[in-house]
Design a protein around this ligand. Structure first.
Ligand code: AMP
Length: 283
């Protein structure tokens, strides 16, 4: 398979997509921050099932990092990423730099309510504004027919759906299941920060959430199940738990027994913050 075409300007991106449109081809987009792993590649595979052409954006978006966060040390490995995209069959990589996305004088911010409230926002208050702004820009730049986002970042997926609904962005949002390693750890570019001992602890994250979700489905009240999961995470070796919370799976409103839910959590291992989530079936 040939190397994906790489463009780093909005003009070149639009020109390529215009060519595809002229040929009657449909376009799927996969927004990423690079350091691609099997989770990202699964999104590309879904995109290629859905559309004739797949464009993957690789952009470490400063607008979604707080000053105290890991923007500078976030892993960057473009040559390797392009290799992986070539193997996966993606046709186009869009790799803008910061000045391409946020030229001097940039002064607009998109702020989503609803599913963006609480959970991640309680700990990263500017995060979803940054995500919504960059996703809106990418969609306006590429005008894809559809875009694939991972359930790994479940609240983000709900926020992006809300963004498209509210702003009439005609992009179908496809949610993709979380890809995990053999021990259940959700793949993440940030896993590269973990040492061997931390990895061992991280691998217990999902099992603890699954146990709590099963308890919720079996009728345990939310406060007890989430508190117990929090204690189990600390006992496993997590340094700090930001939240463990059950929410309604579509709106992220308060969850009640008998409704389809999602159990979402964020916890720290050393300086690394991990998130994960699991389904809470309504049974
Ligand atoms: P990121 O590069 O971390 O911003 O992620 C780009 C996209 O990949 C987002 O839609 C993520 O939800 C998705 N993603 C990240 N990790 C995984 C995973 N383990 N499984 C599936 N999708 C993922």
């Amino acid at each position: 398979m040939s190397r994906p075409l790489v463009v780093d300007s909005v003009a070149a991106l639009r020109a390529q997509i215009r060519d595809w449109r002229r040929d009657g081809l449909s376009v799927a987009m996969v927004p990423t921050m690079g350091a691609l792993h099997d989770g990202h590649i699964s999104l590309v595979e879904i995109a290629l099932e859905k559309a004739d052409r797949c464009v993957v954006s690789i952009f470490v978006n400063p607008a979604q990092f707080a000053p105290s966060e890991d923007l500078d040390k976030y892993p960057r490995q473009l040559a390797r990423d392009l290799d992986r995209l070539r193997q996966a069959g993606a046709q186009l990589a869009f790799t803008p730099d910061v000045t391409q996305m946020y030229p001097a004088g940039f002064a607009t911010k998109i702020s989503v309510g609803g599913p963006a409230a609480g959970l991640e926002s309680d700990f990263r208050p500017t995060f979803f504004d940054g995500v919504a702004t960059v996703v809106a820009k990418l969609f306006l730049q590429a005008s894809p027919d559809c875009a694939v986002f991972g359930e790994k970042d479940y609240q983000q997926l709900c926020v992006v759906r809300q963004l498209c609904r509210d702003l009439d962005l005609a992009v179908e949002i496809i949610g993709a299941p979380t890809v995990r390693d053999a021990h259940g750890l959700a793949m993440s570019s940030r896993n590269a920060y973990l040492g061997e001992a931390e990895l061992e602890v991280a691998r217990q994250f999902n099992a603890i959430l699954r146990r709590a979700a099963a308890a919720l489905s079996a009728g345990t009240d939310e406060g007890s199940a989430t508190a117990e999961a929090g204690r189990a995470l600390v006992k496993a070796g997590f340094a700090k738990v930001d939240y463990v919370a059950a929410r309604e799976s579509l709106t992220l409103a308060r969850w009640r027994h008998g409704r389809d839910g999602r159990l979402l959590a964020a916890a720290w291992l050393g300086k690394t913050r991990l998130i994960d989530n699991v389904e809470v079936p309504s049974v």
